[in-house]
Design a protein around this ligand. Structure first.
Ligand code: ZN
Length: 255
């Protein structure tokens, strides 16, 4: 039901989401360079000028500055407002489907960290361990609230352990970051939903991988495609709708 109160709550959640998205941009930029996120103000990467407070308003500043640095007119990546918008819209999405409650808050924290992990993985082909470790308490509380601790502990190993074995047999099959990501996500989601996560990641990864090779096969030669973003997408769909998807799938076989 969309009334004035609901609309203002969603608007507030969206604004909160884009502010957190703007903090995610700082993490995405600074973590791979090992710069502290707490210290120092943001600089323009081109002219190094300290960016003014009023030019740091999520999304709005990008539009007002028309995507250029106020001082040197260097282009600002459209990725900054996109990350902010994505974080805001997903916050609204989570509350819309899951309500305003503690599990929704935990799902949102997970989603925010997964956005940062995805973009960093695309940039650097690595997943920072510190981000994975920050997920552990979130996963622990979520698993505790869901109950079925055994199912969550099986989830911790269900994909990560076979991947770890394969990684040790066949070099460069996956990165260690992917294995740890599956471990933490498996603990949070439980064994059924982490299997669904792998399935979604593999299917979407294969479709996009083939499409990208078709579009520019020359540029793609020898280029590694990160798997992290697909795992993150699979995990998000699984944590939001996994139980319904699995129940629907099983009902097809009258189980
Ligand atoms: Zn500049």
């Amino acid at each position: 039901m969309l009334n004035v109160l609901n609309v203002s709550i969603y608007l507030f959640i969206f604004l909160l989401g884009i502010i957190i998205g703007s903090f995610l941009n700082v993490i995405i930029y600074r973590f791979p360079k090992h710069i502290s996120v707490a210290k120092g103000r943001s600089h323009c990467p081109n002219c190094d000028i300290v960016i003014k407070q009023y030019d740091l308003i999520p999304i709005l500043s990008y539009i007002l500055l028309m995507g250029k640095c106020r001082n040197c007119k260097a282009k600002i990546s459209v990725r900054y407002p996109l990350v902010e918008f994505l974080t805001g819209i997903l916050a609204v999405f989570i509350v819309f489907f899951n309500g305003l409650n503690i599990p929704s808050l935990l799902i949102f924290i997970l989603t925010a960290i997964l956005i940062a992990i995805s973009v960093i993985d695309i940039d650097t082909m690595t997943i920072p361990y510190s981000l994975l470790i920050s997920l552990i308490p979130v996963a622990g509380v979520f698993a505790y609230l869901e109950g079925d601790i055994v199912g969550h502990i099986i989830g911790l190993f269900a994909i990560s352990l076979p991947m770890y074995v394969i990684m040790n047999i066949k070099e460069n099959a996956f990165g260690g970051g992917d294995v740890l990501l599956f471990a933490v996500l498996g603990f949070m989601l439980g064994w059924k939903n982490i299997l669904l996560t792998l399935f979604i990641a593999a299917v979407v990864g294969a479709i996009i991988g083939v499409a990208m090779i078709r579009i520019n096969n020359e540029n793609m030669k020898g280029k590694q495609i990160p798997f992290g973003p697909y795992i993150c997408l699979g995990a998000f769909i699984s944590i939001m709708f996994g139980n319904e998807i699995i129940a629907g799938y099983l009902s097809m076989f009258h189980l």
